[in-house]
Design a protein around this ligand. Structure first.
Ligand SMILES: Nc1ncnc2c1ncn2[C@@H]1O[C@H](COP(=O)(O)OP(=O)(O)OP(=O)(O)O)[C@@H](O)[C@H]1O
Length: 294
């Protein structure tokens, strides 16, 4: 059984089509990154998975039934982009209060340990830094031992060290065979912390696979050089080239065969080429290529 199954799901807000025929299935036990630029439809998709909003069309199934039923059984935990904590309580009191709402919660000490909060347990929730408060939100999300954990940009506003510690917590939770889906803008986070990356843009899936597959699928190299103000056309017709862009006098060619592209550039054109570099495509290149406006 898939933990998450979206079939032809769409959602509009007025005349904004936020999610446009989304199909995705996530096997139980996977950690999946939902990667996309601002406004791609990540939060809308997540909110539909949690039953917080209803799709305009299509079908959302979570752990074999409706999102509402899975949430009601306590099988889904979520950390959304915002969420007030009850400031008068200590971290320990707050986490304990929430875990008692679930039928089969994790132990209090275990939650505090996994969320890296043991040392902050006696601190009042309104006396925490932004990163510490995020860890409390994470603790609340895992309190009920959910089979599916959904995180919407969980490390937004965290510094690098907090982020690394936080991902350690998430990986520890996922290692128990649970399913984790997280939304992020950070390519590195997606690459390092998931076994599958789903890239969405304008409400549609544009790539789906391991980070390595996505990098490979996009043409494996970039040839970049300076033009020095020369008029130029037809670079996208060179051998191997799948896309050509000129910006501020720098040409960037995406190519599956950099040797053939460079040979044709020197032999087949009269361009004066300066500062030529061949760069292996990275996930950033792949992401930009996939999410570029048409
Ligand atoms: N409540 C709403 N009312 C109207 N439009 C909305 C609403 N929520 C989202 N949108 C629009 O729907 C589209 C998708 O937004 P969504 O928040 O799902 O994207 P996102 O990928 O999560 O973006 P971000 O990374 O910026 O959080 C955007 O064009 C957004 O402006």
């Amino acid at each position: 059984m898939d933990a998450i199954a979206l079939t032809d799901v769409s959602k509009s807000y007025g005349n904004v089509l936020a999610v446009d025929g989304l199909n995705l299935a996530v096997e139980a036990g996977r950690t999946v990154a939902l990667l996309g630029p601002n406004g791609a439809g990540k939060s809308t998709s997540i909110n539909m998975m949690l039953g917080l909003i209803r799709p305009g069309g299509g079908r959302v199934e979570i752990l074999g039934g409706s999102p509402e039923a899975a949430v009601a059984r306590g099988e889904v935990g979520a950390m959304l982009q915002s969420g007030e904590l009850i400031g008068e309580l200590t971290v320990r009191e707050l986490v304990d209060f929430v875990r008692r709402l679930y039928p089969e919660p994790l132990g209090l000490d275990e939650i505090l340990r996994v969320a890296d909060l043991t040392e902050l347990a006696r601190r009042r929730a309104d006396k925490l830094s932004g990163g510490q408060a995020q860890r409390v939100r994470f603790a609340l999300a895992i309190a009920g031992a959910p089979k599916l954990l959904v995180l919407d940009e969980p490390t937004a506003a965290m510094d690098v060290e907090s982020r690394l510690r936080f991902w350690k917590s998430i990986r520890e939770y996922a290692a128990e065979g649970r399913t984790v889906l997280f939304a992020t803008h950070y390519l590195e986070e997606a690459d390092e912390n998931s076994d599958r990356v789903i890239v969405i843009t304008r409400g549609r899936v544009v790539a789906d696979g391991t980070a390595a597959q996505i990098k490979a699928g996009i043409g494996d190299h970039v040839v970049r050089f300076t033009l020095g103000g020369q008029p130029v056309a037809g670079l996208d017709g060179l051998p191997g080239v799948s896309a050509a862009e000129i910006s501020q006098d720098v040409a960037t060619l995406r190519t599956a065969d950099p040797d053939a592209t460079v040979a044709a550039l020197y032999r087949g054109t009269s361009l004066e080429i300066r500062d030529l570099r061949i760069i292996g495509a990275d996930l950033e290149d792949a992401f930009l290529a996939l999410t570029r406006e048409p």
